[in-house]
Ligand binder design. Sequence first.
Ligand SMILES: *Cc1c(COP(=O)(O)O)cnc(C)c1O
Length: 384
Amino acid sequence: MKARMQTMLTHFGEENVHGAVIPPIFLNSTFVHESYEAFQEGKGHYYSRVSNPTLDVLEKKLAALEQGEAAKAFASGMAAISAVLFHFLKQGDHAICSTPAYGGTFGILGSYMHKFGIAADFVDFRDTERVRAAIKPNTRLIVCESYSTFFMDVFDLEAIVSLAKEHGLRTVIDNTCATPANLRPLEWGFDVVVHSASKYLGGHSDVIAGAVIASREIIDRIVQVEYGIFGGALGPFEAWLVTRGLKTFGLRMKQHADSAMQIARMLEASDKVAKVNFPFLPGHGQHAMTSKQFDQPSGLLSFELHGGKDAAARVINRLRYFKIGVSWGGFESLAYSPGMSGGHDQFAGTEYEPRLDRLIRISVGLEDTADLIEDLQTALEAAE
Ligand SMILES: *Cc1c(COP(=O)(O)O)cnc(C)c1O
C-alpha cells in the first residue's frame, strides 16, 4: 500500500529518536567513528557539507513527492540549478533553455557559462519545432520550467522529452512554479527536476533552500562532485524548516489553487484587465495541454492592464493585503511588476517586452479568498 501525498509527508523518512514526534535537528558539522576500519568502510555520515541526518528526512520526502529515486537538498534554488548545469555541461557544449526563463537561470546559461566555452540558446518552447530547429551537433542539454517566468506559458513536456530522447539529450526542468502537488515531470520522462524550496515547498517565507531530484545514479554523481566541490549544502536548521513546511504542503496547495482560480475568473471579468496569464482558464490558448499535464494550479498568475507602467504602479500602490515584493509561494499574498526593477535583458526585442510594464504578477497566499478579491477589485479602480 502506497501512502498518498499528505500521509507520506506526515510520516515518511522520519526515524524515531527518543519517541520525538518531530525529527530532531542534527547541528553537528562532523561525525565520529568507532575505529580506523569503521571510518574506512565509509558507511553513514562523515561531514555535514556532504550529508546530514536532518537533510536525509527532507531528501526522502522530496524524492517521494517527485516520484524520483533520490533527492539532494541545496542551500538555495540557484545552488541546485548551478550544480546541475555544471554537472551536465562541459567546455564546448551547448544547451537549449525555454524562454522567458527565471532570471538566475538566464544569468548562468545566458552569459556566465560563456567563460567556460559553454553556449546556450533561449527558445520559445511553446512551439516544439523551434526546439528541434535549435539542436546543434554539440547540444547536450534541454532546460525548461513548469511555467515560464511572468507570462505563465506551459510547454508540451511529452514532445520535449521525446525530442530529447531522439537526439540523446539530457532533460532538466525547474518545477518550482507548479510544484509536485500539481506536476511530476519525472513521470513525463524528464531526467532531473530542480526546485527552489524557498517558495511553495517551504511555504512560509522563512527559509532559502533548493533541491535536485533524479535517479539514484545521477544524484550520487552530483553529490560526489558538484555538491562537495561547490559547497552548496543546506544547513540542518533550514532543512528542518522545509520539512516542517512540507507537513502542510498538500493542504496549502489546495487552498492556493482554489483561491487562484477564483481570482483569475474575477480578473478575467474585469474591464480594467486586458489579459490574464493563467492557463487554467478555459479561454486560454494552452488550456487543453494544461489540463492534460497539471492536476491543479498553484497560486501564481499574472495579468496585464490596458494602461502602462503608471497604471501598474497605481494599482500596486492601492493594494492592502497583497504586499509588494519578489518571490512567492508563501502564506502571504504578494504583488510584483517587472517595471519596478531592471535586469530584464532576455525580453529585449521579444513579443514580451512591450507587455512587461503593464504586467502585474501576483502570488495568491492563504488569506481568505473574498478579502483578496475585494483587495484586487479596489486596487483595480486606480487603473485609470
Ligand atoms: C526562486 C526561484 C529560483 C531560485 O531559487 P532560490 O531559492 O531563490 O535560489 C529558481 N527558479 C525559480 C523558478 C524560482 O522561482
